[in-house]
Design a protein around this ligand. Structure first.
Ligand SMILES: Cc1cc2nc3c(=O)[nH]c(=O)nc-3n(C[C@H](O)[C@H](O)[C@H](O)COP(=O)(O)O)c2cc1C
Length: 406
């Protein structure tokens, strides 16, 4: 697998609607799954639930991964975990991100998911499982989970192996960060180990856990991983517009891209990405009226899935992202965050200036997490050994339940 030299840091902004060069990448093959364009919606806790995925999927092909679901919760039949593992009836491929710190939990949860999912476990099974080894949240790393886990390479390998074995024909991928911090990089080794154990692709969020979301993603690490493994690499970090995705593929040699914050409030980014990968001109961005329609549709999907109270509460985190850069005024934003009914959402949005154009400067405006670097919280003595077995450490029960992703 070859790659051209990549820049140390993600390149600077380019004009928003640059004519895309012909892409040199084909469909992504994950076992029996063919994914076109080679674009993956990044798992985002509290965001990439079934309603949001539906809205994104409507715009283009690709792979749309669920929010992170704890393996232990699934095994215990936790209603919230099962709800997170729900899919719209028309959703295909059904893709889920699993978080586990115990190989047995990982295998048991995988068997359940492959057999059937949804709130009562009787829906069709998942068609893709991604394992979370990238979460930097203290509540997760404090117990050795997420981005901390690959440091204990025996435990990491056991979880990957148990999942791949339990998944059978269903493709498994891993999502990594570069490591815990610059002195404890794990991604090349973790990528090779996962590939040897039968994962179908390795996704890399090109930052360390310590970096959180502070510095620009280091795309050169993606290129290094492409050189190191013989399965497809999915590059992740700082794709804000379609041109970024093409540049990431061109400069790193990765076979697919994972898009997170760029699509927050912009589900149409997937339409742009498909056009770019197909060498077509990008469609014009939506005006305020079209964005308001998407916001309303998002509200409808959330209410249909979770009811008005939970659904409209969930909507609050999205309204600011949709309306970013539009001169709608603070009063409307505030009112949208206090609505109780869909009718109120509709009434409030009916008053916007529908013809107001999208502000191009907003494309690259950071949103979602922007957390600066922060020391990673780890279990006592975690870094003293690379082998979990030799530490004699057992991870506490609450460590098995994930709380947030990243
Ligand atoms: C709100 C939010 C929640 C996230 N939750 C998860 C998660 O559950 N699992 C995961 O692997 N990554 C999670 N991430 C990280 C993203 O998947 C992605 O790796 C990261 O945002 C970098 O990509 P981007 O620059 O395209 O946003 C989360 C990111 C955000 C912004």
């Amino acid at each position: 697998m070859s790659a051209s030299p990549a820049p140390a840091l993600a390149p600077p902004p380019t004009p928003a609607v640059a004519p895309p060069p012909a892409p040199a990448v084909g469909a992504l093959h994950l076992g029996g799954l063919e994914v076109w364009p080679p674009v993956v919606l990044a798992p985002m806790a509290g965001v990439t639930n079934a309603p949001f995925r539906s809205l994104c999927r409507r715009h283009a092909g690709g792979l749309y991964v669920s929010e992170m679901v704890g393996a232990r919760g699934l095994v215990e039949g936790n209603a919230n975990s099962q709800l997170k593992a729900s899919f719209a009836p028309d959703e295909h491929p059904r893709s889920i991100q699993l978080y586990a710190i115990d190989p047995k939990d990982a295998a048991d949860a995988t068997r359940l998911l492959v057999r059937g999912c949804g709130s009562d476990g009787t829906g069709p099974g998942v068609e893709h499982i991604d394992l979370n080894f990238g979460c930097p949240a203290p509540k997760v790393t404090r117990h050795g989970g997420g981005a901390a886990l690959p440091w204990h390479r025996d435990l990491y390998a056991d979880i990957v192996e148990a999942t791949v074995r339990a998944a059978g024909e269903v493709p498994v991928t891993v999502k990594l960060r570069m490591g815990i911090d610059d002195a404890h990089l794990t991604y090349l080794e973790a990528g090779r180990v996962a590939a040897d154990l039968g994962v179908q692709a390795v996704a890399l969020h090109a930052r360390t856990a310590e970096q959180r979301y502070g510095p620009p993603a280091d795309w050169s690490a993606i290129a290094a991983l492409v050189e190191a493994v013989d399965v497809p690499v999915l590059g992740n970090g700082d794709i804000w517009e379609a041109a970024d995705a093409l540049r990431m593929v061109a400069t790193t040699g990765c076979q697919g891209v994972v898009v997170g914050r760029g699509c927050l409030g912009r589900p149409w980014l997937f339409r742009d990405l498909q056009a770019a990968f197909e060498g077509r001109p990008l469609p014009p961005p939506p005006n305020l009226g079209e964005v308001a329609d998407l916001l309303r549709e998002h509200a409808e999907l959330l209410v249909a899935a979770y009811g008005p109270v939970t659904g409209l509460r969930d909507l609050r985190k999205h309204t600011g992202w949709y309306l970013q850069g539009f001169p709608v005024g603070g009063a409307l934003r505030k009112a949208l965050n206090q609505v109780d009914t869909l009718a109120e959402v509709e009434r409030l949005l009916a008053g916007v200036d529908r013809d107001h154009p999208f502000d191009e400067a907003m494309r690259r405006q950071p949103r979602g997490h922007t957390t600066p670097p922060k020391r990673v919280t780890l279990p006592h003595g975690w870094l003293d050994s690379r082998d979990h077995g030799s530490t004699g450490a057992t991870l506490p029960a609450e460590a098995a339940e994930a709380v947030s992703g990243g």
